[in-house]
Design a protein around this ligand. Structure first.
Ligand SMILES: CC(C)(COP(=O)(O)OP(=O)(O)OC[C@H]1O[C@@H](n2cnc3c(N)ncnc32)[C@H](O)[C@@H]1OP(=O)(O)O)[C@@H](O)C(=O)NCCC(=O)NCCS
Length: 143
């Protein structure tokens, strides 16, 4: 994944752990959802809701203190829906080289108006995946 910019990058903390001491999968899913939404917005969606999360695979555990990067990749834009694949990599703080791939998921978002009614996506002409300005966040903040 070198040369690509993540949609979100976070450091995970002890409060994010499960009873085994590794990071709770639901925390990872929450960030995946946010990262995919960042990519959906880069491609012209204005207000999205998540309608489906498919094929979530947890390949390896994430540990407290890991720097976790969420990379988004456009899969398909429909009329009102947009599908994004998110790949998650984790690395110990200060580690050189690419992180280890820990999780991936495919998410479908629907572009909606302020009443929650599906509305067409007007694809952004300059859209890139991922965008030029990654949203680096502290723990718990949203991109
Ligand atoms: C998303 C939502 C507005 C879609 O409503 P709907 O009545 O199914 O809308 P439509 O039938 O017009 O479908 C809209 C688009 O969603 C897609 N879609 C609907 N259900 C889907 C599903 N289960 N999986 C994948 N795509 C789906 C349709 O294919 C369509 O895509 P297109 O316009 O690109 O062809 C509605 O299901 C909803 O509000 N869900 C809750 C969303 C939410 O609150 N998410 C947060 C989780 S707490």
């Amino acid at each position: 994944m070198s040369g690509r910019e993540p949609a979100i990058r976070v450091t995970l903390l002890p409060r994010d752990t499960n009873p085994h001491g590794t990071i709770f999968g639901g925390v990872i899913l929450s960030y995946i959802d946010q990262a995919g939404a960042v990519v959906a917005h880069q491609h012209g969606a204005s207000r999205v809701v998540t309608v489906a999360m498919d094929k979530v695979v947890f390949h390896a555990p994430v540990y407290v203190g890991d720097l976790v990067s969420f990379y988004g990749e456009l899969v398909r834009i429909g009329r009102t829906s947009i599908i994004v694949k998110v790949t998650v990599e984790a690395a110990p703080p200060g580690a050189a080289g690419p992180g280890r791939r820990v999780t991936e998921a495919v998410i479908t978002y629907v572009n909606v108006d302020r009443y929650g009614v599906p509305t067409p996506i007007l694809e952004a002409p300059s859209a890139k995946t991922p965008g030029p300005s990654p949203a680096s966040t502290d723990q718990g903040s949203q991109a």
